[in-house]
Design a protein around this ligand. Structure first.
Ligand SMILES: [Zn+2]
Length: 349
């Protein structure tokens, strides 16, 4: 009897040692050492239901749960392609992986399908502004709630990938969010530095309310998960160099978290910046005078906005000295649109 008792106790301890012998996200369920594919259901409401594709790699050994999400904006293609490639990456082997990788390549399936920039064409909302979401809202709100429950709540580290949308001429950069929780901020800083993009925006103004977190990355941050966002790619084309920055960046973070044993050369030291943006004061036609990554002085001419007969052009000038993180890529411009974002160089935090 005693032996039976000890065997049972040992079995309980063994089960407790592995909190996740299997792992599920949406309809995808993987046992240790396996991959799984599935969908996260967004239920019907005032508008249609839809499914968000999800892939899981559940490593043979326990370890961190890292979520990588892209395609909140379905025409930021380089970031979507990077996560698609991670799903089948030969560098991520479930038999040797420590921990779990959750890959969500396209949150905004309807934007991807209809090639609509910035918003979900079903309800005209940005899919990175309505977190943590709500069950009674339109499709974007319900999708945000599903991602919060199925991805954010189940991970302990998160990377949200973006890029220059169809109308954005963007240089690659990451965001590091300062939450005020030192241990978490230190962890996310090491992650963003491991990711390896050579420009990092310090974001200290993100909402602190978990019930109104707005952005996906911020939703993870305010729930105590070390996280950051990164952007590469621009204006539509899928450049290999942009895809590689994001795909390899995720693998660099996995090695940093000791999920894999891949080794990489040290990334270039990062330039840390805070951004100031310039918005259009009228509808019309934009005439750029600078390219992405240009170094500009305070007051430098960034371009002009004219009417549709090329009359009444008004200069757009840099509000501060810095680096052009992105500049509008297309002539079409509406009052209130961001014309450019200038990265003002700051000391490394
Ligand atoms: Zn985006």
């Amino acid at each position: 009897m005693k032996i039976m008792y000890w065997l049972a106790a040992a079995a309980v301890l063994w089960v407790q040692a592995d909190a996740h012998p299997t792992f599920s996200v949406g309809t995808a369920t993987a046992a240790r050492g396996h991959r799984a594919l599935g969908v996260i259901h967004v239920p019907p409401g005032s508008d249609a239901a839809y499914d968000i594709p999800v892939a899981l790699v559940h490593g043979a050994r326990p370890g961190p749960v890292l979520a990588v999400v892209s395609g909140a904006h379905g025409t930021e293609y380089a970031s979507i392609v990077a996560v698609e490639e991670l799903i089948t990456s030969p560098h991520i082997d479930p038999a040797t992986l420590a921990g779990t990788l959750i890959l969500v390549p396209i949150v905004n399936v309807n934007s991807f399908d209809k090639m609509t920039p910035h918003v979900n064409p079903t309800d005209n909302k940005s899919m990175n502004r309505f977190y943590p979401g709500s069950a009674g809202g339109t499709q974007t709100d319900r999708a945000a709630l599903a991602v919060t429950r199925e991805v954010v709540d189940k991970c302990d580290h998160l990377i949200d990938l973006h890029g220059g949308d169809l109308d954005e001429n963007l240089r690659p950069y990451s965001y590091w969010t300062v939450t005020g929780n030192k241990a978490q901020d230190d962890a996310s800083k090491l992650m963003v530095m491991a990711f390896g993009l050579d420009h990092i925006i310090i974001a200290a103004d993100r909402p602190k309310d978990p019930n109104a977190s707005r952005y996906l990355e911020n939703t993870a941050s305010v729930r105590g998960k070390a996280s950051f966002a990164a952007e590469a790619g621009r204006s539509g084309p899928v450049d290999r160099s942009d895809v590689r920055l994001l795909e390899e960046g995720v693998r660099r973070v996995m090695a940093h978290l000791k999920m894999t044993r891949e080794t990489f050369a040290a990334p270039r030291p990062a330039v840390w910046v805070e951004t100031v943006t310039v918005a259009a004061e009228r509808d019309g036609m934009f005439w750029p005078a600078v390219d992405r990554d240009a170094k500009v002085a305070k007051g430098a001419r960034l371009g002009a906005v004219s009417d549709l007969l090329h009359q009444g052009a008004q200069d757009i000038v840099a509000p501060d000295a810095g680096i052009v993180m992105f500049v509008r890529a297309l002539p079409t411009v509406h009052k209130g649109d961001t014309i450019a974002s200038i990265g003002v160089i700051k000391p490394a935090p």
